[in-house]
Design a binder for this molecule. Structure first.
Ligand SMILES: Cc1cc2nc3c(=O)[nH]c(=O)nc-3n(C[C@H](O)[C@H](O)[C@H](O)COP(=O)(O)O)c2cc1C
Length: 385
């Protein structure tokens, strides 16, 4: 087992070396607070597109909200154009919107890769290097560290992670995170931790490992297997924010792990919904609408919280349709609080587990690695998609 040390991210020392993965539609300010209440680490905001930021899109600007006590404030940007990315980073720096910027090169969604963005982009190695350098150059005068998050490559025949990791290091990033899947795998199969170990061997900057950490002990196993400097946890914490308490315990060498009863899960669900309502009320012109929007945002989390618990279909459905906190309280009151945590749900995948597929790419993309033309239409103008 390598020595467990705090993760160094530019000027920040992070203990435990745990990162909440950016997840669009999930890791908003309310969810991040819920997770931060459990343990230490870095908690990354939902993805923000550089174009939307540069255009001062009001919804995007609202998404860049951090708690007073969030340090470092971590923001993920998606961009494909070095100039727009640099402009977006300058806005972040000048307006003091965040303390850390992560760049997204992992998105496998067809609407993104079809235009050469996300996980397709590192294949165009000169464009990738230019883009990362543009972000680092714009952020470094303010001492804001930039990291990249990427996949192994487009598919098994078009791997890019070692070359891209070296290029990002050369461009001056503070760390590189690798999700051990190709874009073609999407969320299927298992993450390749050997690839994460290979990247760790190849780089001098800190490497963060990502993929299939379902339990705190998986994080320790990943560190032991790969030697990474930190772990990035995504789907494992869906409906289980207490995973961050387990991770902190695990990295501190303590054996305890949380197995909340259904009553304790209900308290966490209520807290989560309340934080989302607070967030939406703060951003809304009409507070009543804020409560409804917060409750609507909470609905997607219900099935994750209840996974494995014996709760009837009708009650589940009603919980997934709530419009107010009063309605939520009423329905949560119908759960049996003494129901023990379903240990069969431990160590199991949750959230997206879709099947592999061919990656949609722009015409001629694979044939021209050194073309650094900015791809047409790949700068999305809506955030969090
Ligand atoms: C709902 C959802 C939304 C996601 N959104 C983003 C995103 O905006 N940016 C990003 O880099 N990765 C995104 N991801 C990928 C995760 O950050 C992470 O890399 C992936 O889920 C693998 O980690 P895991 O096995 O711990 O879930 C998303 C994943 C999910 C499930």
């Amino acid at each position: 087992m390598p020595a467990l040390r705090p993760l160094t991210l530019g000027p920040y020392q992070v203990w435990p070396p745990v990162v909440l993965a950016p997840m669009a539609g999930i890791t908003n300010v309310g969810f991040r607070r819920l997770c931060r209440e459990q343990g230490g680490g870095i908690y990354v905001c939902e993805m923000i597109t550089t174009r939307a930021l540069v255009e001062r899109n009001p919804k995007t600007l609202r998404m860049i909200t951090f708690g007073d006590d969030e340090k470092p404030r971590s923001l993920q940007l998606y961009g494909t154009d070095p100039e727009i990315t640099a402009a977006a980073v300058r806005i972040v720096v000048e307006r003091n919107l965040a303390d850390h910027i992560d760049l997204n090169f992992g998105c496998p969604v067809p609407k993104v890769t079809r235009r050469g963005g996300g996980a397709a982009l590192p294949w165009r190695r000169r464009l990738f290097a230019r883009l990362v350098r543009a972000a680092v150059d714009a952020a470094s005068p303010a001492g804001v560290p930039v990291t990249v998050k990427m996949r192994k490559g487009i598919d098994d025949d078009h791997l890019t992670y070692v070359e891209a990791g070296l290029a990002a290091q050369e461009a001056g990033v503070a760390a590189v995170a690798l999700h051990g899947r190709t874009a073609a795998q999407r969320y299927s199969g298992t993450a390749d931790w050997d690839a994460i170990a290979t990247l760790k061997q190849a780089l001098d900057v800190p490497v963060l490992g990502n993929g299939d950490i379902w339990e705190a002990d998986d994080a320790l196993r990943m560190v032991a297997h790969t030697g990474v400097d930190g772990v990035v946890v995504g789907r494992g914490c869906l409906g289980r924010p207490w995973l961050f308490a387990d991770l902190e315990a695990a990295f501190n060498g303590r054996p305890e792990r949380r197995l909340p009863s259904l009553g304790e899960v209900a308290v966490t669900m209520r807290r989560h919904a309340e934080l989302l309502v607070d967030q939406f009320v703060a951003g809304a012109r009409n507070p009543a609408r804020g409560e409804r929007d917060g409750c609507t945002d909470f609905r997607k989390h219900v099935a994750w919280y209840l996974k494995g618990f014996p709760v009837g279909g009708e009650l589940r459905r009603s919980l997934a349709m709530i419009e107010s906190l009063a309605q939520l309280d009423d329905l949560l009151g119908k759960l049996d609080p003494s129901e023990p945590f379903p240990v069969t749900a431990l160590g199991q995948p949750r959230g997206r587990t879709n099947s592999p597929g061919k990656v949609s790419l722009p015409d001629g993309w694979l044939a021209s690695r050194d073309d650094d033309t900015v791809p047409e239409g790949a700068e999305m103008d809506d955030s969090g998609g």
